[in-house]
Design a protein around this ligand. Structure first.
Ligand SMILES: NC(=O)N[C@@H](CC(=O)O)C(=O)O
Ligand SMILES: [Zn+2]
Ligand SMILES: [Zn+2]
Length: 344
């Protein structure tokens, strides 16, 4: 196969950041994705409809001329989120709210401390038909970082799912066989996003031969058996698993640091990297469902019109990209070859 045409895809988990980052990040995603679920972990976080709509407008203003990319902004849940916040957000066209356990990841200090105290809010979300997006890791100091996703399933996720049978939940950026099995076994109101890095890499790629800060993201890369399980699950073509890049840029100096930030900036090559890995596992025929159908179907949104075409052509991801403010940023998979390229 030398070309691959699929219906226009969407990215169901994305960090665009804000301010002078937007011209770079919006253009990178808008080159091939029609829509994206945009994460609300700004500083300060996007906690109400007014902030979300203002953020949406800043993203729209940063689009390249003539581009029709549609950001789907989300609400950041905190212990102060009220039922009215959810009702107002829903009325403003916001389709989902994000739950981070406090301290779990980048800019999540303001997030939810005692998850169970949020149950009245989840109740309202269920009523309103607003999706719950979850960063599924516990943050207890005594829990090993490699076990935090599994522990979250056992401690939290099973109860949420039981308590709110009508609530649509997206288990974001899953990294383990445990999460894949959990989602598969759960009802049709539970789905998951999977990133390119968790399909392409395992923890050896983070630590063998020296620490690779640009492969560091959260949840952290797991052992190869978990990577294998994620590959198997996308290969089945199950509609419960769909594309969410978790593209999460940090300045080069913040990644190459004694205390480096978590996040891989994959937007530059995301669709190509998925094609690369789907080809590797012999599942190119499953890419379209994963990238362009299942997410929209799960969110209850129409599938996109139009198509994109990928060409089988080797190219090398740049080692650095310069931000509009002159600061360098290192894209995910920098300096490495990818076998597919978006036709422009
Ligand atoms: N995935 C990451 O490693 N980082 C994300 C936050 C997140 O999605 O957890 C970020 O905003 O930098
Ligand atoms: Zn996360
Ligand atoms: Zn994320």
């Amino acid at each position: 196969m030398t070309t691959l045409t699929i219906q226009t895809p969407d990215d169901w988990h994305l960090h665009l950041r804000d301010g002078d980052m937007l011209p770079e990040t919006v253009a990178a995603t808008a080159r091939c994705f029609k829509r994206a679920i945009v994460m609300p972990n700004l500083v300060p976080p996007v906690t109400n409809a007014e902030m979300a709509l203002a953020y949406r407008q800043r993203i729209l203003d940063a689009r390249p001329a003539g581009n029709t990319f549609e950001p789907l902004v989300t609400l950041f849940l905190t212990n102060s989120t009220s039922a009215q916040d959810i009702i107002d957000a829903k009325a403003a066209g916001i389709v989902a709210a994000k739950m981070y356990p406090a301290g779990a990841t980048t800019n999540s200090d303001a997030a939810v401390k005692q998850l169970e105290t949020m149950y009245p809010i989840l109740e309202v979300m269920q009523e309103q038909g607003m999706l719950l997006l979850v960063h599924g890791e516990v943050t207890d100091h005594h829990i090993d970082i490699f076990d935090r996703e599994k522990e979250f399933i056992d401690q939290k996720m099973v109860h949420i799912v039981k308590q709110f049978p009508e609530l649509k939940v997206v288990f974001e950026h899953i990294t383990t066989a445990d999460a894949a099995q959990f989602v598969q076994a759960a009802g049709n109101n539970i789905a998951a996003t999977i990133t390119p890095q968790h399909l392409l890499l395992n923890r050896n790629d983070l630590l063998v031969g020296g620490v690779r800060p640009h492969n560091f993201c959260l949840p952290v890369l797991k052992r190869n058996t978990h990577q294998q399980a994620l590959r198997e699950v996308v290969k089945t073509g199950s509609p419960k698993f769909f594309l969410g890049t978790d593209s999460a840029p940090h300045a080069k100096e913040a990644k190459e640091n004694a205390c480096g930030c978590a996040g891989c900036y994959s937007a530059w090559s995301a669709i190509e990297l998925y094609a690369h890995v789907f080809e590797e596992i012999g599942a190119l025929d499953k890419l379209e469902g994963f990238a362009s159908h299942y997410g929209a179907d799960f969110y209850g949104l129409p599938r996109n019109e139009g198509t994109i075409t990928l060409v089988r052509e080797d190219w090398t991801i740049p080692t650095e990209i310069e931000l509009p403010n002159g600061k360098p940023i290192v894209p995910f998979f920098a300096g490495q070859q990818v076998h597919w390229k978006l036709q422009r």
